[in-house]
Ligand binder design. Structure first.
Ligand code: DX5
Ligand code: ZN
Length: 219
């Protein structure tokens, strides 16, 4: 049975007590901590920058999973490397096609894992040329910008496609899904091949986070 890993998104946490909100997530069953970085340009919202990661990266024993929903990730990725990122995912739609491999290599040469993400309206075939170069593909199952949105069902076909592709080619990338993940949508994405589930509002609005994470894993 494949291990399903959970990545709580701090976007839905209460920032007035951020450390208290995240300090128990590891014992609650989370493996990753997902940082939804938004610049108000690539997406219609502004969240936080590398300083927040810098403040907490040494305080939590979770894989720091940085999701750059920003224009020009080439310009900013290094700030997140220095702030303690273990994994940096940028958007296919946010960078010139001819710069994608350059960015992948620059992140990797800093000993940080690299992911590429696509928005709901982007064809999954767009990332095919990069599948052998990345550690992770992040499928956005909502329009990036806000937590608490409805899961977009068509994401399942993309997950399934990527799962088949990696089996056929022995690719090693993980499939991460982000947006609208709760106890009802989690089984669907897992069934189609997802490995890592990002979840914000479902976890942080739950009274019993340990149980919420267990339900996401299907335990
Ligand atoms: C959207 C964000 C959200 C967040 C998860 O840009 O990336 O998807 O991580 O939020 P929920 O789990 O509340 O949909
Ligand atoms: Zn995200």
């Amino acid at each position: 049975m494949k291990e399903i890993l959970i990545a709580p998104s701090i976007l839905s946490a209460d920032f007035s007590s951020l450390y208290d909100e995240i300090k128990s997530l590891k014992e609650d069953g989370a493996s990753y901590l997902h940082f939804d970085v938004m610049d108000g340009h690539f997406v219609n919202n502004i969240s936080f920058g590398s300083y927040v990661l810098n403040c907490i990266s040494k305080k939590v024993d979770l894989i720091k999973d940085v999701h750059l929903m920003i224009t020009d990730p080439l310009k900013y990725y290094l700030d997140f490397v220095k702030a303690g990122a273990d994994l940096i995912t940028f958007h296919y739609e946010a960078i010139k096609e001819e710069e994608i491999l350059l960015l992948i290599n620059k992140i990797r040469e800093n000993n940080v894992k690299v992911g590429i993400s696509i928005k709901p309206n982007t064809d999954v075939k767009k990332v095919e040329p990069y599948l052998s170069f990345v550690d992770l593909i992040l499928i956005m199952s909502v329009e990036p910008g806000f937590g608490g949105q409805e899961f977009i069902e068509s994401s399942l076909e993309k997950i399934n496609y990527l799962d088949k592709k990696r089996k056929e080619n022995n690719f090693l990338y993980k499939i991460e899904v982000d947006g609208g993940i709760n106890n009802l949508t989690a089984p669907k994405v897992i069934e189609n091949g997802a490995d890592i589930l990002v979840s914000g509002s479902y976890i942080f609005k739950s009274k019993d986070r340990k149980n919420a994470i267990k339900l996401l894993k299907g335990e």
